[in-house]
Write a protein that binds this ligand. Structure first.
Ligand code: KG4
Ligand code: ZN
Length: 456
């Protein structure tokens, strides 16, 4: 049989009536790329992204650089009956490019001038708390879709997240949200190369919905999946931005469940430098808002109200916990607010609206003050010039502003993801999932969810 001319992924997609994949630019090339070869040439390989041998979907060369697939006499290292990649690239290939078909097809970017990557599409799922999130990412960076369904309206009347209601809502939303993410990304389920899902920490009932769903999808589609730590996902949200940070950096995760500072040397390489000894910062925001009858979640409400308040009206305490400590404590400032409110609640004056604005503004000032000081001190202590902040509270306007100002003062760089990537979302889970899947990390279908899952 004569050789067949290869078709591009786009052409193949069109022929099969699938939506075309997005155009790939040079920036979409992964530095350590994984080549998927096309099935039409008879190449079957164990792609590193596949848990099972797959007839491969992708195409590796740009149009115009296509080579006919002429089998050479050279014995193929990949085993009998398989055509090796080097047949396809015979004319282009340098020695160092020779790879074995059944191993990871990894090319250094500098060697990959003429090679277009078959896009790696990760479906990511996040259900750790009260947001059902699904996203599709291309090569771990480019967001093809990022859908979040908030449960605020469900929990609002209780003034906080009710775990049982949260998991029920996740059950309701997981299918439509994942479908919407695929639709918006204009990819079919068959075009997904791997699945990433939050494994913990979080509410275990909520986590289990996303995890079980991801496992079922992975099993049905025969693609690998990997469990992701929610904290690592927050720490990696900054990689979704146009100018991502370089390693190493100091990372502050400041959310409703966590307030910790890490030294981050790479994906999967962390050292915790400090953490809260009691409440998380977001929890303190939520509790103060509840105390003042402002609604839920408290963070964004206090953020908004504080704009009209006087941050210097009341001097709330800042817990330092010692000169050399990078730990936090927010229960003191919260209790101070409680005492202040009690002391001023009695008639004739009572707590006026103006006082509420001053209270929340002064409270926010105290919290932000400590977060900024400790994070930058941790950076100095570790000898690092880059600071990354993330988590729901990183959406706070005053915190973002102060972090920027302090970075300027200290000649450091601060990386703050857009607010939508600070609060819980699946795109950040996809960033981490891609990194692990790329390295060959796989989770077993027996993977469990954990409410407490420390970063190792
Ligand atoms: O990261 P996230 O969405 O969920 C957790 O992992 O906890 O963070 C939610 C927390 C809530 O406590 C919420 O009040 C707080 O982040 N938050 C804010 C702001 N937006 C959300 N806190 C202060 N200012 C904000 N603008
Ligand atoms: Zn979170």
């Amino acid at each position: 049989m004569g050789p067949r001319v290869q078709e591009t992924h786009q052409q193949g997609a069109l022929r099969k009536g699938l939506p075309p994949s997005p155009e790939l630019g040079d920036n979409d090339l992964d530095p350590l790329c994984i080549i998927k070869t096309i099935g039409t040439g008879g190449i079957l390989s164990l792609s590193p992204f596949s848990a099972f041998p797959l007839p491969i979907l992708g195409v590796s060369l740009r149009p115009g650089n296509w080579r006919r697939n002429e089998p050479s006499d050279r014995p193929c290292e990949s085993g009998p009956g398989r055509l090796c990649l080097h047949n396809l690239f015979e004319n282009d290939i340098r020695k160092s490019w020779l790879v074995r078909c059944h191993q990871d097809f990894k090319f250094k970017r500098k060697n990959a001038k003429n090679i277009d990557l078959a896009p790696m599409r990760i479906l990511a799922i996040e259900t750790s708390c009260d947001d059902t999130g699904a996203a599709v990412l291309l090569n771990g960076r480019k967001i093809l879709s990022n859908v979040v369904s908030s449960q605020v309206s469900v929990h609002q009347k209780y003034g906080g997240v009710v775990p049982e209601l949260a998991s029920r809502k996740h059950i309701e939303m997981i299918v439509p949200i994942v479908n919407e993410a695929l639709e918006r990304a204009r990819v079919t389920f068959k075009q997904i190369d791997g699945i990433a899902v939050t494994q913990g920490p979080g509410l275990v009932g909520s986590l289990l919905i996303g995890l079980s769903f991801a496992k079922s999808l992975a099993f049905a589609a025969r693609v690998p999946f990997v469990g992701v730590n929610h904290i690592e996902a927050h720490l990696s949200a900054a990689f979704l931005e146009e100018k991502p940070p370089k390693f190493p950096f100091i990372g502050l995760v400041v959310s409703g469940g966590h307030t910790s500072v890490f030294r981050v040397d790479g994906f999967g390489t962390f050292k915790r430098v400090g953490q809260t000894r009691d409440d998380a910062a977001g929890e303190a925001f939520d509790k103060v808002a509840k105390l003042l009858g402002l609604g839920y979640p408290g963070g964004p409400i206090i953020d908004e109200l504080s704009m009209e308040g006087n941050p210097k009206a009341i001097r709330f305490p800042r817990a330092s916990l010692g000169k050399d400590s990078f730990d936090f404590s927010f229960s003191g400032v919260k209790t101070a607010v409680v005492h202040f409110v009690r002391a001023h609640s009695e008639p004739p004056g009572g707590i006026t609206e103006e006082m509420i604005r001053d209270i929340v503004s002064s409270f926010q000032e105290a919290v932000v003050d400590v977060l900024v000081k400790k994070t930058f001190r941790a950076a100095q202590h570790e000898g690092l010039k880059r600071v990354v902040i993330s988590g729901g509270v990183a959406a706070n306007r005053l915190l973002r502003q102060r972090m920027g100002e302090e970075a300027l003062r200290q000649r450091m760089r601060v990386y703050i993801p857009s607010p939508i990537f600070c609060t819980d979302n699946a795109a950040m889970v996809g960033v981490v999932g891609y990194e692990y899947l790329k390295k060959g990390v796989r989770s077993p279908l027996s993977l469990n969810a954990f409410s407490n899952l420390p970063l190792r």
